[in-house]
Design a protein around this ligand. Structure first.
Ligand code: NAP
Length: 308
């Protein structure tokens, strides 16, 4: 039996929300989809491409009578939206979010929401470097993890319903607590993004010395970095400002390892380098065996999927 919500309100109409809209339509998971985004431009595009049944000038109007409200805005904007919509939420409604950081979203959103509304924070581990209402596609969540971080007092029936709904969009759903989520994502997503931003920045500085050679001869590794470093600046600024402690912890460990590798290069310790690269190669094999990527060569040119 299909688990569906009568009215879903999408607040923010970018990559994640538009992919949800396409997936909901493909699966018949909602009767009505209402939407709101900050700018008139995005709202007009959403109407033009038929992303939502109704598009509203305010978030408060969009959430009226909704059974499910999805906050799909940058993490730093979640609190102000929650404050705005709180008086307009229907009793018994579920509010979820798709933010890449969880504890900061809980701290910003939960205090505003009235009793009788079920707040179930979430994060789809799926994305591309594209953003905006035209960037979504129905299969974005297919076979990707969607992590839920329910609060201790969460309503089990509401969590089960949301879980079934997300699974019908193709996602694999798991639950964990918010601090654990933030540490795991600092390792698997946030710090790697920071490293990609840095590497592309370094290459850009170098480009000024070597003209266009960095671009012309860019190899697979660098192309992957440029793809990741093309991700939305607002989203990623907010991720680092709100997942500060976990990111700094992982960056500290990263720096120590980098120094050890630097030393091995300086001292000609080939064994250290070989052992290290053998260990990391095994991790790649593990990711492929877990079905989280394919072993096909890509060189950073294909459509990026599966990031967060
Ligand atoms: P996006 O494509 O950049 O879209 C963001 C949307 O939020 C836009 O429609 C924007 O409206 C709207 N918005 C921003 N501030 C707002 C405000 N104050 N009030 C109302 N609407 C506002 O972003 P996205 O990639 O879908 O990301 C959305 C969320 O998902 C973020 O929290 C991000 O951390 C998370 N996430 C992203 C990825 C990814 O890879 N992209 C993956 C997993 C989770 P305008 O267009 O009018 O400015």
């Amino acid at each position: 039996m299909t688990v569906r919500y009568e009215k879903v309100a999408l607040i923010g109409l970018g990559l994640i929300a538009s992919s949800m809209a396409h997936a909901m339509r493909a699966g018949g998971l909602a009767t009505t989809i209402a939407g709101h985004a900050k700018t008139a431009d995005t709202r007009a595009t959403a109407l033009e491409i038929g992303l939502c049944d109704t598009v509203h000038d305010t978030a408060a109007e969009a959430v009226r009578d909704a059974d499910l409200v999805v906050l799909a805005v940058p993490v730093g904007a979640m609190g102000e939206i929650a404050a705005e919509i709180a008086p307009h939420l229907r009793a018994g409604a579920t509010v979820t979010d798709v933010g890449s950081v969880k504890q900061a979203v809980i701290d910003a959103v939960a205090p505003h929401l009235p009793a009788g509304v079920h707040f179930i924070p979430g994060h789809p581990i799926a994305g591309t470097e594209y953003s905006g209402p035209r960037s979504g596609f129905a299969t974005l969540f297919q076979n990707r993890w969607w992590l839920l971080t329910p609060l201790a007092q969460a309503d089990l029936a509401a969590v089960a319903k949301l879980r079934a709904f997300l699974e019908q969009m193709g996602a694999k759903v798991d639950e964990m607590d918010a601090p654990h989520h933030d540490l795991v994502l600092a390792v698997t997503s946030h710090t790697p993004h920071l490293i990609a931003y840095t590497m592309v920045g370094v290459a850009d500085d170098l480009r000024r010395v070597t003209d266009s050679e960095v671009i012309k001869y860019s190899a697979a590794g660098f192309r992957d970095f440029t793809r990741i470093a093309a991700s939305d600046p607002t989203m990623w600024r907010d991720v680092f400002l709100t997942n500060k402690d976990a990111t700094l912890e992982i960056l500290g460990r990263f720096t120590e390892e980098l120094f050890a590798l630097q030393r091995a290069i300086r001292t000609g310790d080939g064994q250290h380098l070989f052992d290290y690269f053998t260990r990391t190669r095994a991790i790649r094999r593990g990711i492929i065996e877990a079905g989280q990527d394919t072993s096909a060569p890509d060189f950073g040119r294909g459509k990026a999927e599966g990031r967060a």
